[in-house]
Design a protein around this ligand. Structure first.
Ligand SMILES: O=C(O)CCC(=O)C(=O)O
Length: 256
């Protein structure tokens, strides 16, 4: 895929970009092969960050593992894939810094949200997510959905909302987003991707997971988050009295 201005304009106009990745089929298959016994046994792999809590959650119905990159090389390889990193650098004109991977065996059914609320940046807008289909995505499996152009909404603030966008007010933030979707006539779009396809979303793009109409269909996917350049990470949901900056567990990138 040529990295041209049209691609960049599309991303900044719509807030996302779908790419036919050059990810190696062997890596994807090898990753699925390693993940299978984990999802079946519901044993988090030893050595993963926050093993105890993740293992407990997995055994108690949470279908996701965070930061598997710490124990499965293929997860890290996808997170630091040079093809993806080059596109990100081209889109943001800055060096991408990967952090936090999430692996899901099934649809998340997450309600609409932006990543910026969870992982904000100073300056605003220097963060994105990259979602990789590890298998062909079936419409009944609860695909990822997103609202093109919603990344153009302003940064959340007390001045904008009339309340602080912190954890206690999360349901009110969701109401605000739902109102904005109506007002701006944003159209929900589903990511029915093929194995190896990738979607990049801007950190302020509204997205979530569709309901799973078929609870037997898997929906293996991996998400990695990225900050750019020297943007400072902060957690808006925890920033009641002052900005809560934090240092992510950065995923090391070998020299490119
Ligand atoms: O994969 C999905 O269904 C949603 C993922 C998501 O919302 C996220 O990682 O922020």
């Amino acid at each position: 895929m040529p990295l041209d201005k049209g691609l960049k304009d599309f991303f900044w106009n719509y807030g996302y970009l779908t790419i036919d990745s050059l990810l190696s089929a062997e890596i994807l298959s090898s990753l699925l092969y390693q993940l299978a016994p984990i999802w079946v046994s519901k044993n988090a792999p030893k050595g993963i960050l926050n093993f105890e809590i993740q293992d407990w959650k997995l055994k108690n119905g949470k279908n996701r593992l965070q930061d598997l990159w710490t124990v499965i090389p293929e997860v890290r390889e996808l997170a630091i894939n040079s093809y993806i990193l080059n596109i990100l650098e081209f889109l943001f004109d800055d060096k991408p810094r990967p952090f936090q991977t999430l692996n899901f065996p099934v649809g998340t059914q997450q309600s609409v949200h932006s990543d910026a609320l969870h992982f904000n940046s100073k300056p605003f807008g220097k963060m994105c997510g990259v979602w990789i289909a590890l298998e062909d995505i079936e419409p009944s499996s609860g695909p990822l959905f997103y609202y093109p152009k919603s990344h153009l909404l302003p940064e959340l603030s007390e001045g904008l909302l009339g309340f602080m966008p912190v954890s206690d007010n999360y349901s009110k933030v969701i109401e605000y987003w739902e109102e904005q979707i109506e007002i701006n006539k944003y159209e929900r779009t589903q990511a029915i991707l093929k194995k190896g396809q990738v979607i990049i979303w801007h950190g302020n793009l509204l997205h979530g997971g569709m309901p799973r109409n078929d609870s037997f269909t898997t929906r293996h996917s991996q998400v990695t988050h990225y900050y750019f350049g020297d943007a400072k990470p902060w957690r808006q949901m925890e920033s009641l009295n002052e900005i809560q900056y934090f240092e992510p567990n950065w995923i090391p990138i070998a020299a490119r």
